[in-house]
Structures are given as C-alpha cells and as structure tokens.
Design a protein around this ligand. Structure first.
Ligand code: CDP
Ligand code: CDP
Length: 216
C-alpha cells in the first residue's frame, strides 16, 4: 500500500516557509497545514476571553476544541496574535494536543505539506523530505513590513525587527520542541531568492528525494 507523502518545512518567522508550503502542496497535489495557525488559534481564544497566556488548563481546553477545518488565516494573521502564539507554544501539554491533531492531518493519503517550527524534528520525524527555510533577520523584517504596508497598515522597520528577533529567541530557546533544523533537513536560505526561485530550488530537492524513495 502507498504511504502518504509528507513534506516538512520549518523555519523562523517570514523565512518564506508558508508561501513555499502552499506552492509545493499545489504542485504535488498534497494537502497543506500551516501549523502556526493552530498555535495562533489557541492564542486568539485566550486573548478573546482575556485569559493570561500562561494559563495552562485554559490553553489545553482551547487546544482540545480546535477544529483544523475552521482555521481562518485572515483572522489569525495579526502581529499581536503571532506574539501571543509564541507564548502559548512554550506549554508542553498544549503542544502535545496540537501535535496529535497535526500528525492525524499528515497521516491521511495522499499526504501533506506541513509548515511550522518542529515538523521535521517532532511532528513528522519520518517525513520523506525536510526543508529548513532561513533568511537574514533584516530580509525577514523587510518582508513583514511590506506585508503590513501593502494591507494599508502602519508599521516601522525597527519595531518589526525587534519583534522578530524576540520571537526567534523565544522559539529557539524553549525547552520543548525548540526551533532548529532536523539533522536530515535541507537548508534553504531564501535571503536572496524571490518566491519563484525558492520554489524551484525546493522542487529540485524534493524531486530528488522522491526519486530516491522510489528506488530509481
Ligand atoms: O510562513 P513564513 O512566516 O515563513 O513566511 P511567508 O508568509 O511565506 O512569507 C513572508 C513574506 O515574504 C510574504 O509576503 C512573502 O510573499 C514574502 N516572500 C518573499 O518575498 N520572498 C520569498 N522567497 C518568500 C517569501
Ligand atoms: O507566520 P509566522 O512564521 O510569523 O508564525 P507562525 O508560523 O504562524 O507561528 C506563530 C508561533 O507559533 C511561532 O512563533 C511559534 O512560537 C509557534 N509555533 C510553534 O511553536 N510550532 C509550530 N509548529 C508552529 C508555530
């Protein structure tokens, strides 16, 4: 029987992993899960109810009630929710609940592309291909700034850069499932790549891995 094809993509904020994951899923005919949205959804619930972000039992309840089919990217994409998500994401028991849902998503045929922080290391350690997207903090902050300005929002570069660096440090420094490349991940530095170049580079790596998996 065919096993599901799983592609794991990790990396820090604005490294381009989400854009890459969406395009790769469309190209290979796989489903896509942005696992960051699951942490964001829990954080959004906590904020909506005015709960402290370190309230473990409330966060566990919110995580348990999560419906992957109902994740609304537009609602969850704010900067405040991203920051809150990284605080919720330090709680091991909350991670365990979300990881279980993410694994269930990954295990259905024909397979899926998952992007996040711990896909290659924890969620799908047996993924057929693992990519670790990076880009300099300067490039990532500039990308986020343009996103906000393009939507008609207001933002300044220095604040965004400081926020990105603080979130990187929290994600890389936590005890449970810190952000780091899996030993067998392919590093993809997108600092000097446009979206198309990043996609073509990733596709070449994945095609190679699939050819190896099929024994050719
Ligand atoms: O998912 P992640 O936070 O890693 O990043 P993203 O949402 O895929 O990309 C952040 C922003 O950078 C988006 O506006 C992308 O269009 C842009 N981007 C880019 O300019 N060049 C790339 N190679 C990848 C993304
Ligand atoms: O889009 P961006 O990269 O800015 O953030 P995101 O992927 O939506 O993730 C928001 C936060 O959720 C991250 O800063 C992490 O703290 C957490 N997260 C995680 O811990 N594990 C994942 N697999 C995905 C996200």
């Amino acid at each position: 029987a065919a096993a599901p094809l799983v592609i794991a993509i990790d990396g820090p904020a604005a490294s381009g992993k989400g854009t890459l994951a969406r395009r790769l899923a469309a190209h290979y005919g796989l489903r896509h899960l942005d696992t960051g949205l699951t942490y964001r959804a829990v954080a959004q619930r906590m904020l909506a109810y005015g709960l402290p972000l370190d309230n473990v039992s409330a966060a566990e309840t919110a995580a348990g009630q999560l419906d992957l089919a109902q994740l609304d990217r537009d609602l969850l994409s704010t900067h405040v929710i991203g920051e809150a998500a990284s605080k919720v994401a330090v709680m091991a028991s909350v991670r365990a609940i979300l990881v279980e849902a993410q694994r269930a998503f990954a295990s259905a045929l024909p397979g899926a592309v998952l992007d996040g922080r711990d896909i290659g290391t924890v969620v799908c350690p047996d993924a057929a291909v693992k990519l670790y997207a990076t880009a300099s903090a300067d490039v990532r902050a500039t990308r986020r700034l343009h996103e906000i300005l393009d939507r008609g929002g207001a933002a300044d570069y220095a604040t965004i850069l400081a926020d990105i660096e603080r979130r990187d440090a929290r994600d890389m420094g936590r005890a449970d499932s810190p952000l780091r490349p899996a030993a067998d991940a392919h590093l993809l530095d997108t600092s000097e790549m446009d979206i198309e170049t990043a996609f073509q580079t990733a596709k070449a790596i994945i095609d190679d891995a699939i050819a190896g998996r099929n024994g050719s």
